[in-house]
Design a protein around this ligand. Structure first.
Ligand SMILES: Cc1cc2nc3c(=O)[nH]c(=O)nc-3n(C[C@H](O)[C@H](O)[C@H](O)COP(=O)(O)OP(=O)(O)OC[C@H]3O[C@@H](n4cnc5c(N)ncnc54)[C@H](O)[C@@H]3O)c2cc1C
Length: 411
């Protein structure tokens, strides 16, 4: 302890800084707006896979201050559409080796993910999801109360609750990871390869001439560039408006909370779409809990008592034994919701202005795959197959990728 205090006071830092500070240059090959997992991962893979290192990541606050540092860290690929399942599955696979790749402990725990079904129509949807998942090679199946009880004995599986548990979609590779560590790991990896990370640098305008991006204006000066990537999630429409690109996105707050620390007892992630609640236990023992987005559009990060009351009531219906557990803290983040609950990635009508947005309540898990594939798109000027279904033009073409059944609560 004395040694720790001495280290704190003597000014000598035993650990090097994880990323450096730089002067803002007046020109970069690529400018990425948003220092969340998406912006940083895109920068990392641009440098690692394509040797493009003249890259600036501009973050108005500190990195990870958006959804990337506020989420409930659930990683899974048991989506509803084949396009979604294939896409998220590549991300789960990248996450499986990411700690090794970044040489940073990300505390990834693939403990299994259970989505409960409380009525016949949910059982039908879970069966549908299981079949789509299995066809894409993803480990996911429908299970019944006896197996649910073995995986999570704390659930009330009797017929007493208003919405008894009939079945569940079980997805063993689903898990949780330390979100800050993912952000910091990508930042360090990008920095080591020459990317400039600029915190406290807010983008205030985007210069477009003859439908082509020419630069970005910031609170620290103007940058000339031919490629701008909008990776600002909850702020996505504000940034795209600066380039004159309209997005079919509305921003909603999403709240979450954690309980006091308890001895480890919950070995799986539990989601109930019907009750609008989900819960997992963190490595610190806290129960991490959330629900669906607030039903109104807003940029407010306020927490509400209504959320806490609704969530607690629903959670106690699932696990009455938690009645005396205390809530430790609650918070909110911003979610960029699209009409089909799928993201928007790729080119826009303005040449050089690209988007990696529409991440709603489910984008943390997609950081690695979208970063890797958006980097490929920037480097090759071609849309990778995995991203093609998520192009912006799908809304004009009427080719939506409807994921609401798998994405509205179970982030
Ligand atoms: C409570 C909650 C729980 C969630 N749970 C999950 C989950 O369990 N699993 C999952 O996969 N997803 C979850 N999500 C969603 C997930 O957090 C987001 O989809 C994801 O973090 C988006 O990452 P990003 O990098 O695109 O954006 P962000 O991390 O939001 O980063 C965008 C950045 O852009 C910056 N920015 C904005 N405007 C400007 C500007 N003008 N100039 C410069 N910088 C700017 C912001 O400051 C911000 O740091 C959850 C979200 C919340 C809020």
């Amino acid at each position: 302890m004395l040694q720790l205090i001495r280290h704190g006071l003597n000014g000598k830092r035993p650990f090097p800084r994880m990323w450096r500070e730089h002067e803002l240059k007046d020109r970069y090959e690529v400018v990425i707006i948003g220092g969340g997992v998406h912006g940083l991962a895109a920068a990392y893979y641009l440098a690692r896979d394509h040797g493009i290192t003249d890259v600036a990541v501009l973050e108005k606050n500190y990195i990870g201050s958006g959804g990337s540092g506020r989420n409930t860290t659930i990683i899974r690929s048991n989506y509803l559409t084949p396009e979604g399942v294939l896409f998220y599955d590549e991300s789960v696979k990248l996450y499986e080796t990411l700690a090794l790749e970044l040489n940073f402990n990300l505390l990834f725990s693939q403990r299994g993910h259970l989505t409960l079904a409380h009525n016949d129509s949910s059982v039908r949807t879970m069966r549908w999801r299981a079949e789509v998942n299995q066809l894409q090679g993803v480990d996911s199946r429908l299970i019944w109360p006896d197996e649910i009880a073995r995986l999570c004995p704390q659930l009330d599986l009797s017929d007493h609750p208003r919405y008894p548990i009939l079945a569940a979609l079980y997805h063993p590779p689903g898990g949780v990871i330390r979100h800050d560590a993912v952000v910091w790991g990508y930042a360090r990896g990008a920095d080591l390869r020459g990317v400039h990370i600029h915190q406290k640098t807010e983008v205030t305008g985007i210069d477009v001439t003859n439908s082509r991006v020419t630069g970005v204006r910031t609170t620290r000066g103007t940058i000339k560039t031919g490629v701008v990537l909008n990776a600002t999630a909850g702020w996505a429409t504000l940034i795209s408006d600066m380039a004159g690109v309209r997005l079919p996105i509305t921003t909603h707050p999403l709240q979450a909370c954690v309980s006091e620390s308890l001895k480890p007892f919950l070995n799986v992630i539990i989601v109930s779409g019907s009750l609008h609640v989900y819960v997992s236990q963190s490595d610190r023992g806290e129960l991490v809990m959330g629900a669906s987005v607030d039903p109104y559009t807003s940029y407010s990060l306020d927490s509400t008592l209504g959320f806490l009351e609704g969530l607690s009531g629903h959670l106690l219906e699932l696990m009455p034994s938690l009645a005396r557990v205390k809530i430790l803290r609650q918070w909110a983040g911003l979610c960029d919701m699209t009409p089909d609950y799928s993201p928007i990635m790729g080119f826009t009508p303005v040449e050089g202005f690209l988007v990696d947005v529409g991440w709603g309540t489910y984008g943390f898990k997609a950081g690695p795959v979208s970063g890797k594939r958006m980097a490929e798109l920037i480097a090759t000027d071609r849309t990778p197959d995995l991203l093609a279904p998520f192009r912006l033009s799908r809304f004009e073409e009427g080719r939506l990728v409807g994921e609401k059944g798998a994405a509205s609560v179970g982030h």
